[in-house]
Design a protein around this ligand. Structure first.
Ligand code: DNO
Length: 405
């Protein structure tokens, strides 16, 4: 596995030096300041490459930008509305520009309106660390009482609806605002700029779009962009829904192995691939992660390794982000499946056998606490996660274990 790290650019609290000291081999980044739907120019791409090629004192870092996360797919493309054709043309131009700059892997998602969703961005754990959490009752309180989405109450089991009413009644105004801001954090435009009416307007756009229609739109998008990716030697990889179940009445189409299989088969080119995110898939008990890694393996182009602890047994239930090796996902088994896939690729002579992985998210620990970094991206918590994952990778690849020695 290629050990990479997400870097948000010049505003990131983690520096290039920090990445090097964490043992990072390559960088995952995106041009977050470029508006969705417009072209990523060669100049902007080169500027990002230049920034991460230098340490704080100007010495060469030896690091390269290796994975794009994300080249965003516009809401227009997802809905096939407005300027969607121009946006696809621009996406292809951006992809060509990235390819000319030496990049080969592009991660994107096809979640309508929301990217990831949590109800608490800094939930306190018994040891004083904090992590991100999704609480089904808080989420229902937001949906039913704060957003007041028509029909929301009927989408939850009665006990959750009742608990949400009690939870909402017990919250003061500040608590309600904080919850709305947390849920809205994964929305485009984010918390400060998006009002509840804006959220309602975004949701209304999907009233007429079923899951079947959304899947057809994704397949149309991939039918346009994948042949070009293939001819450029690039690999596209769709990120799963996070969490992997429907939210706010929106269709969600990339939550399970069957969802991915349908889309991989519909545009059956190696460049049409998967971002295997163990944290997203792992929030659903019916996703068997080691088996999914084995079966989807040949098309996995990027790995997000993190763990979640499910707090209930329903398909749509509470969970929090656990340490990388604890939680419900058997991370050792997943890593073993990845290493098996890498060996298979090497035997096949595939140039892309070394799959980029990044330690995804992490708990806020030590100096992360109080630093107010990007939620989910603490420097020390991720460094710890990477170190633990690297330990498993090194051990499982040792000749004593593989039998090669
Ligand atoms: C959250 C991330 C996602 C991911 C996008 C990919 O921390 O994993 O925001 O970057 O869904 O398009």
């Amino acid at each position: 596995m290629r050990q990479t790290w997400r870097w948000f650019g010049p505003k990131d609290l983690a520096s290039v030096d920090d990445m090097l000291q964490a043992g990072v081999q390559g960088v995952v980044s995106a041009l977050h300041h470029v508006p969705t739907g417009t072209v990523w120019t060669p100049e902007e791409i080169a500027a990002r490459q230049e920034l991460l090629s230098r340490m704080t004192d100007g010495a060469p870092s030896g690091l390269k930008w290796e994975v794009v996360e994300s080249l965003p797919v516009s809401e227009d493309i997802k809905k096939q509305k407005g300027n969607w054709r121009d946006h696809i043309a621009n996406w292809k131009t951006s992809m060509t520009n990235l390819s000319r700059a030496g990049l080969q892997v592009i991660c994107y998602n096809f979640m309508p309106v929301l990217d990831w969703t949590r109800t608490d961005l800094r939930w306190r754990l018994p040891n004083g660390a904090t992590c991100m959490r999704f609480d089904i009752v808080d989420y229902a309180a937001f949906d039913i009482h704060i957003l007041a989405r028509p029909g929301a109450a009927a989408e939850f089991p009665d006990d959750i609806t009742a608990a949400a009413a009690r939870r909402f009644a017990a919250m003061d105004d500040a608590a309600r605002k904080a919850l709305a801001a947390n849920v809205a954090f994964g929305l485009p435009g984010a918390a400060e700029t998006m009002t509840l009416d804006d959220v309602r307007a975004h949701l209304a756009e999907y009233d007429a779009i079923s899951a079947t229609r959304l899947r057809a739109n994704l397949i149309d998008f991939l039918a346009e962009v994948t042949p070009l990716a293939q001819s450029l030697g690039m690999r596209l990889c769709c990120h799963p829904d996070d969490p992997p179940f429907p939210l706010l009445g929106l269709p969600r189409i990339m939550s399970t192995e069957a969802d991915f299989r349908a889309v991989l088969d519909a545009v059956d080119l190696p460049a049409n691939g998967v971002t295997f995110c163990t944290g997203s898939f792992g929030a659903r008990a019916d996703n068997d992660l080691p088996a999914m890694m084995q079966r989807l393996g040949p098309r996995v182009h990027f790995l997000h390794l993190r763990n979640v602890r499910r707090e209930g047994t329903a398909l749509r239930d509470s969970f929090h982000e656990a340490e990388h090796l604890t939680g419900n996902t058997d991370m050792v088994a997943v890593i073993a499946a990845i290493l098996t896939e890498e060996r298979r690729r090497r035997a096949e002579g595939r140039a892309d056998w070394n799959i980029p992985m990044r330690p995804d998210h992490g708990q806020d620990i030590l100096d992360d606490l109080g630093r107010r970094g990007q939620p989910g991206y603490p420097t020390i918590g991720r460094l710890k996660g990477l170190a633990e994952l690297r330990g498993i990778m090194t051990a499982l690849d040792h000749p004593m274990v593989t039998g090669a020695g």
